[in-house]
Design a protein around this ligand. Structure first.
Ligand code: ADP
Ligand code: MG
Length: 422
């Protein structure tokens, strides 16, 4: 039996590049083990290290309030009185119950914070894992239903005895937002808060540049990444099947459980990273999208205002949500962009279509027009113009394209490349 915990799903690349204004002395950083993970806070251009204690104290307070493993926490109180009576809970818990309900409805019941009995049964988070019997599964599944949470003002109740709230998929994001708000109140203008994979950015780097955040390679060692997101101010949350799992008879059982089957989600996705304005949304969305699978998960992200995502499948394909291609750079050569199955590359020369090619098949296309020669390369799901002997030589400076509707135009040679279809 093997259990691995990756401390950071997202690696912050704190490159101190040439010409960067902030020297090492302007950066302060602190680590702590909380929330069952490693927390790292890095601040730029802020001199008072006492602020770290305030941040860690706030995490401690919220963990005590929201973690079901903590005696006296709200989930603990709710579990003790489940099937009995209402208990008075904190405003934070009421907020998280309401947010959670939203994602339960959006995911068709897959995201469900009453997952507690199933999560305990599999014992992946707190222990070494347990492969349950059919009887155990049936008993636990009968206790999972978000509709059996009743709230009334500042009170809440779980309808049936044995029910249990597990905020594991959403609390970390909420806590990250609270820590960010606290640091901003203390005057922090630039920083990175990494709560074991949920990364929250305060502003950009000093000088206005974006942070470079590495997205973990789900099949690599901790700190190896598939690509880089260049971004400021936002939050990144990752859900994956590699972070917390155990092996049983050669198969991996991880900690994100489908309440409809009672088993860990098994839909071909191995990681989803979601970028949002606030971390609580990103945390809930990444787990929801992971449970929904590639197609439905992508639909959820594309329908959520302000959210973008990077999906990774078990066959090392990467798919980005709409309008996101400029922010994420795939750097790991083991991974390829996954295209819509039917996407094609149309090559038009003058008034004629000179060819239609599959975006998923690598090839080189040479176009000879009266004005000159153009070479178009389709590779790894991207199209670019590698060569063009047009008079001004500009045609090759277009960016590589990979999305339906994007095009490359070489005006002097009257050549148009356009991605079409789904
Ligand atoms: P991480 O905790 O590694 O950041 P997630 O945000 O995806 O990963 O949360 C996974 C946790 O969510 C699990 O450890 C468990 O506590 C909880 N959980 C598992 N299955 C579900 C589910 N179907 N709905 C809501 N929460 C879940
Ligand atoms: Mg989550």
């Amino acid at each position: 039996m093997k259990r691995i915990i990756l401390a950071c799903a997202l690696l912050t690349l704190l490159f101190c590049g040439c010409g960067e204004k902030a020297g090492q002395s302007d950066i302060i950083t602190a680590d702590n083990f909380q929330l069952d993970t490693l927390i790292t806070i890095t601040l730029y251009g802020y001199g008072d290290e006492a602020v770290f204690n305030d941040a860690f104290d706030e995490i401690e307070r919220l963990e005590g309030l929201l973690s079901r493993a903590r005696p006296g926490s709200d989930p603990d109180k709710l579990a003790k009185d489940a099937g009995g009576s209402f208990v008075s809970v904190s405003a934070e818990t009421i907020f998280l119950l309401e947010e959670s309900r939203k994602y339960s409805l959006l995911s068709g019941g897959l995201f469900d914070v009453t997952i507690g009995p199933l999560a305990s049964l599999w014992n992946i988070r707190g222990g070494s894992g347990h492969y349950p019997s059919k009887g155990e599964l049936d008993a636990a599944m009968a206790l999972v239903n978000f509709r059996d949470i009743i709230t009334d003002g500042s009170e809440a109740m779980l309808k049936a005895g044995g029910m249990e709230i597990d905020f594991g998929a959403i609390a970390k994001g909420y806590i990250a937002d609270e820590v960010k708000a606290l640091l901003i109140r203390k005057g922090v203008k630039s920083g990175v808060i990494n709560l074991g994979g949920d990364v929250v950015l305060i502003g950009g780097k000093p000088g206005g540049e974006n942070f470079r955040i590495g997205v973990q390679d789900p099949l690599g060692a901790a700190g190896e990444y598939i690509g880089v997101v260049e971004i400021a101010e936002k939050s990144l949350a990752t859900s994956g099947n590699y972070e917390r799992f155990f092996m049983h008879e050669g198969k991996r059982y991880h900690h994100i459980i489908d309440p409809k089957t009672g088993f860990p989600a098994d839909n071909g996705l191995i990681q989803v990273t979601v970028i949002t304005n606030d971390a609580v949304t990103g945390d809930a969305l990444s787990t929801s999208a992971f449970l929904l699978g590639l197609e439905k998960g992508m639909e959820l992200i594309n329908n959520t205002e302000g959210a973008s995502a990077i999906f990774v499948t078990s066959d090392k394909k990467v798919r980005l949500s709409e309008g996101f291609s400029d922010l994420f750079h795939l750097t790991n050569k083991d991974y390829l962009f996954l295209q819509q199955p039917g996407a094609t590359v149309k090559v038009i020369s003058g008034r004629d279509t000179s060819g239609i090619y599959k975006l998923s098949e690598d090839r080189e296309i040479i176009i000879n027009t009266g004005a000159g020669k153009n070479v178009v390369v389709i590779s790894g799901g991207f199209v670019r113009m590698s060569e063009a002997n047009c008079p001004n030589g500009d045609c090759t400076s277009h960016k590589a394209i990979n999305k339906t509707g994007q095009q490359i135009v070489c005006l002097p040679n009257k050549v148009l490349i356009r991605i079409e279809g789904e």
